[in-house]
Write a protein that binds this ligand. Structure first.
Ligand code: PAF
Length: 297
């Protein structure tokens, strides 16, 4: 397939390399002005990708957008003029609500949402490391997206495991719950994921999860406090040595994904008139920290 990866950060670079190695024609689209980008994975020989090539973009069968949730709109909309309506758009990022913001602009395309627990890290512009094996779930965002189940085979061949989830909303909420629990706390406290198992965090974590349970149930997601808590604890253990994405963003004083993580939870809670004071407090604290930095990119 002809594939363009928009936003070759850690996860985007991982998929770009894996898909190229699986035999696809992969090109990149990024903010950089270079026309070719070398990428290497885990210190293997580096591979060359064309970057920002309009011809390659127009010929794409699949465009995978891996930018952060808050960049989805500004990164995707300028590209739409070059795409055939048959080109499949796949979005893969932390958080929820970003694709809904551009739903009407992209509705001519088959649209697929993806959530992954593959872990990657990008130490510099030209290299990426695959720091943890995980699972990628795909699901349809619109009617045409329902015809794209074959993408499971395409992606699975490149980087297993990949599943089609007809209830992608449930998978996205489950991941959102994990991010609401782990990201703001690790960001604000500048601790590793595993440190959240210390007793000093248990009361706050329980309150976050309790609020999440109410909102998710109101959204029609079948879940219980115990299930969510077990899930969150599993991820804390499995990623104990990792620096969460929000910890890294806050360390480097970059704009965080809080609006599409805890912010999405708060918006949904408001719709159902559910109180979420703990999440609201964490949201306000992250925002306050962001606002204290002079620059934002
Ligand atoms: O955002 C992140 O860092 C990751 O989604 C997760 C699962 C919290 C692990 O660090």
């Amino acid at each position: 397939m002809n594939i363009t990866i928009v936003g070759p950060g850690a996860i985007g670079s991982l998929w770009a390399i894996k898909l190229l190695k699986a035999g696809h024609n992969v090109s990149l689209w990024s903010r950089s002005s270079e026309t070719a980008t070398d990428l290497s994975l885990d210190e293997q020989t580096s591979l060359s990708f064309s970057n920002n090539n309009i011809e390659k973009l127009s010929a794409s069968d699949l465009v995978i957008v891996t930018v952060k949730a808050w960049q989805v709109k500004e990164a995707t909309t300028p590209l739409l003029q070059y795409l055939d309506p048959d080109t499949i758009l796949m979005f893969m990022h932390n958080g929820m609500g970003a694709v809904d913001e551009i739903a009407t602009q992209i509705d001519a395309h088959p649209v697929v949402l993806a959530t992954t627990t593959q872990a990657a890290f990008k130490p510099d512009r030209n290299s990426a490391s695959h720091t943890g094996l995980g699972q990628t779930q795909l699901g349809a965002f619109n009617l045409q997206g329902q015809q794209c189940t074959f993408l499971v085979d395409v992606l699975e061949h490149a980087l297993p495991t990949v599943n089609w989830n007809p209830e992608i909303k449930t998978a996205l909420w489950t991941k959102l719950a994990i991010n609401c629990a782990i990201n703001p706390l690790t960001g604000l406290e500048q601790v590793k994921n595993g440190d959240l198992s210390e007793p000093r965090f248990s009361k706050t974590l329980a309150a976050i999860i309790e609020e999440l349970t109410h909102v998710m149930q109101a959204e029609g997601i079948s879940c219980s406090f115990d299930e969510l808590e077990t899930n969150v604890n599993k991820v804390i253990q499995a990623t104990a040595k990792n620096n969460s994405s929000m910890k890294q963003d806050m360390f480097y004083q970059r704009k965080t994904e809080i609006d599409f993580i805890t912010g999405h939870l708060i918006k949904t809670a408001l719709k159902h008139q559910i109180e979420v004071p703990t999440n609201q407090k964490l949201f306000a604290m992250v925002k306050e920290r962001e606002n204290s930095w002079n620059h934002q990119d």
